[in-house]
Design a protein around this ligand. Structure first.
Ligand code: MV4
Length: 464
């Protein structure tokens, strides 16, 4: 089967660079697109061709569908890779690509629509026997049903926007008195944020672990999973550290969550790469949360322990190839951890854009760095603050942690602040080292710090 001759990458930063690397290895020519302020960005330098698609404001450039489709047409690009964020989960964009005769490298428009409708996805799962958290069957449209379901499942409950996701548009309700007002507010907020007031109800489970499973599916309905990732180190729904395998889980649990992810993908008639997100409670019960219909930031940890290049698989499946990998071919080896390095104040997590005066990226045994940063480059204030991903692999979790600590020590940067000192703190925390913590880990860590007044040393960092 023939692959594409040329792909346009409708993204920027490290993921654009990551896609270019996969294309190089596959012998595919690449086209970068960029905004006015990014003509000197690394993805532009590395691509075979580049096209300026508009001003710095993402709405006028990286989200500008007509400009991107025009860029694809004038460069004779056969396919578009959307990366993550921006247009990657925009069903209308996927459809416009198809209309223009350009292959969208991702799932079907239908998959994107269902994935974007959290209440619908939940319904599909429930009907097909994938466990979901107790709650409403589809959106809640009257106050009577709301109260009836809340009483049945018991408080606390969680109101979620159908068009939300990733923690956006969620509201915890602790008792009956607060229910009605929360419902009205949730609907109003959902309408304002997503243009859709629909909300649904779930029992609020806490504490929980956030565990997701990478899947790959072809057009014939063959599906494999590439194991799980534990993403429980989050701050305000922003993942900061991810790892695979999930610490402390048994082979039996791993098979169970993997099989559920495959079942979920089949229920959705899913095609291409995707992630099935679950929450796991204290009793190891697994519940479906969402399907993410894009390649995720944290995909490298899975690549590191399976040896499978997820971006290449994405491209091959979009070109119509069938899966050559069987589940029994997939072997998991060692442990991988990813730290997201953001250009932010490491204590307050406020963005800290500016020019990088000096940069030493870590390397050496077991270290991979996915980045588009270089010395002299100015981190723009207009986009996401993530500037690098450091991925450490080891034969064991202990070895991966040790290597990550060494790599973070080698991550020298001057001119801007980064979250490197934060990561050093987490990697030295006894609860992180133990593994198997919940999503409340960071809150607990921060509370301990301020409570005991134990300032962790970070004075040796090179940040300005
Ligand atoms: C939940 C939950 C507890 N109970 N749903 C957050 C991201 C989105 N994908 C799903 N999320 C959650 N859904 C039920 N029924 C807990 C989370 C959750 C979370 C909630 C509050 C604060 C931090 C969190 C971190 C991860 C997941």
């Amino acid at each position: 089967m023939k692959l594409f001759k040329k792909i346009l990458i409708a993204n920027r930063g490290e993921i654009a660079v990551r896609v270019i690397r996969a294309c190089r290895e596959l012998g595919i020519k690449t086209v970068a697109v960029h905004s006015d302020i990014e003509k000197d960005a690394l993805h532009v330098k590395l691509a075979d061709e580049s096209v300026c698609i508009g001003p710095a404001n993402p709405a006028q450039s990286y989200l500008n569908i007509p400009a991107i489709l025009t860029a694809a047409e004038i460069t004779d690009s056969e396919a578009i890779h959307p990366g993550y964020g921006f247009l990657s989960e925009n069903a209308q964009f996927a459809e416009s690509c198809a209309t223009s005769g350009i292959t969208f490298i991702g799932p079907t428009t239908e998959n994107i629509r269902t994935g974007g409708d959290k209440s619908k996805a939940r319904q599909v799962m429930k009907r097909r026997g994938v466990p979901v958290v107790p709650g409403s069957e589809g959106p809640v449209d009257t106050e009577e049903t709301l109260l009836k379901i809340a009483k049945k499942i018991g408080f606390p409950v969680l109101l979620k926007a159908s068009s939300g996701g990733g923690g956006r548009g969620m509201r915890v309700v602790y008792d009956e008195q607060a229910l009605q007002q929360a419902y009205n507010m949730a609907q109003r907020e959902a309408l304002a944020a997503f243009g859709n007031s629909e909300v649904y109800l779930e029992k609020y489970l806490s504490p929980i672990r956030h565990i997701e499973v990478q899947i790959i599916a072809d057009a014939k309905g063959n599906v494999v999973h590439l194991g799980e990732r534990d993403c429980s180190v989050q701050r305000r729904h922003q993942k900061l550290i991810e790892e695979s395998p999930a610490p402390g889980i048994t082979e039996k649990f791993r098979k169970k969550i993997g099989d559920l992810a495959v079942k979920a993908a089949k229920a959705l008639k899913y095609r291409n790469v995707g992630t099935i997100e679950f929450i796991v409670d204290q009793d190891q019960n697994i519940y479906f949360m969402e399907v993410n219909t894009r390649v995720q930031v944290e995909h490298p940890v899975t690549e590191e322990i399976t040896g499978i290049d997820i971006i290449k698989e994405q491209i091959k499946i979009a070109a119509g190839q069938l899966l050559l990998i069987k589940q029994s071919d997939i072997k998991f080896s060692g442990h991988a951890i990813e730290c997201r390095i953001n250009a932010e104040d490491p204590d307050k997590f406020i963005p800290w854009p500016g020019q990088i005066k000096f940069l030493n990226l870590p390397g050496g045994p077991g270290i991979r760095v996915d980045t588009a940063a270089f010395a002299g480059w100015t981190v723009p204030a207009h986009y996401d603050s993530m500037i690098a991903k450091v991925i450490a692999r080891g034969k064991t979790r202990e070895e991966a942690i040790m290597r990550m600590k060494r790599a973070l020590g080698d991550f020298l940067i001057e001119g801007i602040k980064t979250t490197v000192p934060f990561h050093k703190k987490v990697l030295n925390h006894p609860d992180f080292i133990k593994g198997g913590f919940n999503t409340d880990f960071l809150e607990k860590m921060t509370a301990q710090e301020s409570g005991a007044g134990t300032a962790v040393e970070n004075g040796s960092d090179a940040e300005a």
